[in-house]
Every structure is written in structure tokens, then in C-alpha cells.
Design a protein around this ligand. Structure first.
Ligand code: FRU
Length: 329
């Protein structure tokens, strides 16, 4: 065990604005309650790779003991991550990957597999025949590349299925709206939209709905709970299916603990995915809500306990003062 009192973990996040990232942070915070000797510093690169490089430099200056990084784009972020790793600071890569092996551990779902599962699902919906448009994530980011490649591996085996267009929605709602509107303006003939995440799927749904187009299948990825999440959109019939993309927030903190405290750990940690459609969306929603409820209660109990401890401490100091005064009399 190290003699250090506290470990400083720097987390370079490619973006923090969306619900998936917020959910990752929440999972980390919940997990951190078990590790009072950890301090977590999160830097938001705002979807900008240059910013992310600066953020990592900044974290180095702040003398972090371990770096967690979710690279905005693989190639541009690789050299700085290599630099950190080669300087002896452990690196956990989470969700998006770098283009090298210079890291201590990786945690995230298998995006190639998710792409394949989406491909299988599309084939089923289309009965082996139809036209597809794809709206991808940010082009240089690894999940966008792998989700596309996995999807293509499956659909390319079906001669009567054709990918008629593929454009980047850069993971976000507004760019995806523009892409979908362009598809509609071009009068593209298609039966199914493969969206690389649920925000893209929602944007695509809204554009086609506004254009009175309704007979299209839509697939998304992420499967978050909440009003803007994919589970709700499946229940509401806005999209046909989404694929759970776990954030790995809790596991990243557990992994950091093992690495920092020199315990054995897995280098590559692949998280499970599952298809969410009409068959399981409602039950998943109920289960997630029950877990959320329980978590809320745990947090309440914690603050009640903290209050009681604080009261106990102040009563104790009051007592000590009284005793000291009595002794002086
Ligand atoms: C969140 C997000 C998710 C997507 C993931 C890919 O920032 O865009 O919607 O699944 O990043 O890295």
C-alpha cells in the first residue's frame, strides 16, 4: 500500500453535456462513496480534441495519480495518452478508444458487437430486403467506426439490403436533425434508419414526423432511462429498438482502486449489452426506477446519519466545555 493519504484521479471527458455522460458521472460519484481516499477531478473537452489534449496536460500539472480518459477522437488523443502512460502514470481508457496499446486498462462495451446486433435486428425488421440510411457518431471516434463496421459486416451478407446513405450526426441532436432533413430533402427512398445513439434516433424521428413520414423503422443505441432516453422512446413507439451501452462509470472507479492499490485487475473489461425493444422496455424501466428509488433512500439515510454524527460531535464538544468549567470551579 502506498503511504499517500489521498489519490487524485483525473478524468478527461470528451464531453459532459449529454445524459449518457451525466449518468456515467453519477455512477462514478455513487461508487466514490466507498473510496473516501479518492479525489476525482473531471475536465470537459467539449467535443474538442485540442481542448482534450490541453485538459490532459493540465491534469498532469495538477499531479494526478491516475488518468481516466474517454478520447473524443482516437488518433489526435493517442500521443498525449501515450506520453502520460510512458511517464509511469496509470491510464484507464473508458468507452472510446485510442489508436495504440499504451494504456493500463480499458473499460467499455464492444461497439463492433453492438453494430452487429443492430445489423441482425435490422435484417429481421426488413425481412432480409430493404433500404437503410445511417446517421453515425463523430467520424474519428472509435464507437462510430466500430458500430458502422459491425453493422456492415451483417447487412453486406444480404444482397437485397442496401445502405443508401451514411452521414455523420457527430453524436449530437442538432447535427443529426440537419442530416436527416437533408435525406428527406433529397427524397431518398429508405425503410430503416440506423442511428449511432438515441439522441440521433430522436432527431431522426422528429424530422420524419414533421415531414409526415411514419412508416420507417428506427434503431438507436444507449438505452438510457428518463424522458429523453431510448427506453422511453421505445415505449412511446418513436423508435423500434435501442441497444444498451453501459457507461462503465462504477467499474472505472473500482478498476482505479485496484490499480492504485496494486491489486490484480483485468486489462480489458468488456461490458455486456442487450437489445431493448417492445418485449422488455417496460420491465427494464420499472427495474431501473426501483433501483433509482433505492439509491435515493440510501442517499437520504447517509445524510441523516451525517447530521446525527455532526450533532453528536457538537454535543460532545459542549459536554467537554461544561466538564472543563466544572473542574475549574
Ligand atoms: C455520449 C455518447 C453516447 C454514445 C457514446 C459513444 O457522449 O455520444 O451517446 O453512445 O458517446 O462514445
Amino acid at each position: 500500500l502506498s503511504s499517500k493519504e489521498k489519490y487524485k484521479i483525473g478524468f478527461s471527458q470528451c464531453t459532459t453535456g449529454d445524459d449518457w455522460r451525466k449518468s456515467m458521472h453519477r455512477e462514478m460519484m455513487i461508487e466514490l462513496a466507498f473510496f473516501p481516499d479518492f479525489e476525482l477531478v473531471i475536465k470537459d473537452a467539449n467535443d474538442n480534441s485540442d481542448q482534450q489534449i490541453n485538459d490532459i496536460r493540465q491534469l498532469l500539472e495538477e499531479k494526478i495519480d491516475l488518468l481516466i480518459v474517454s478520447p473524443n477522437e482516437s488518433e489526435p488523443i493517442t500521443p498525449i495518452v501515450e506520453e502520460v502512460y510512458n511517464s509511469g502514470i496509470p491510464v484507464i481508457v473508458i468507452d472510446r478508444q485510442i489508436a495504440s496499446e499504451a494504456y493500463t486498462a480499458y473499460i467499455g462495451a464492444n461497439n463492433y458487437l453492438i453494430g452487429k446486433e443492430a445489423g441482425d435486428y435490422a435484417v429481421k425488421l426488413l425481412n432480409g430486403k430493404g433500404k437503410i440510411v445511417e446517421i453515425t457518431g463523430l467520424q474519428g471516434s472509435s464507437p462510430a467506426i466500430n458500430r458502422h463496421n459491425g453493422f456492415m459486416e451483417v447487412i453486406s451478407q444480404y444482397p437485397e439490403i442496401e445502405l443508401v446513405a451514411s452521414e455523420s450526426g457527430k453524436w449530437n441532436y442538432s447535427d443529426s436533425k440537419t442530416v436527416m432533413q437533408n435525406f428527406v430533402n433529397q427524397k431518398l427512398n429508405f425503410d430503416l434508419i440506423f442511428s449511432h445513439n438515441d439522441r440521433i434516433a430522436r432527431a431522426a424521428y422528429e424530422v420524419i414526423a414533421a415531414n409526415n413520414i411514419s412508416d420507417k423503422f428506427i434503431l438507436g443505441i444507449d438505452g438510457l432511462l428518463g424522458d429523453d432516453g431510448g427506453i422511453e422512446d421505445v415505449i412511446d413507439g418513436k423508435i423500434d429498438a435501442t441497444f444498451l451501452y453501459p457507461t462503465g462509470g462504477a467499474e472505472a472507479i473500482q478498476l482505479a482502486d485496484k490499480i492504485l492499490n496494486k491489486q490484480p485487475f483485468e486489462r480489458i473489461n468488456i461490458l455486456e449489452t442487450v437489445v431493448i425493444d417492445n418485449n422488455n422496455a417496460k420491465i427494464l424501466k420499472l427495474q431501473y426506477e426501483a433501483v433509482d428509488d433505492l439509491q435515493g433512500k440510501i442517499e437520504n439515510q447517509k445524510s441523516v446519519l451525517e447530521n446525527q454524527i455532526a450533532r453528536f460531535k457538537s454535543q460532545r464538544s459542549f459536554l467537554i466545555v461544561v466538564l472543563v468549567l466544572l473542574a475549574a470551579i
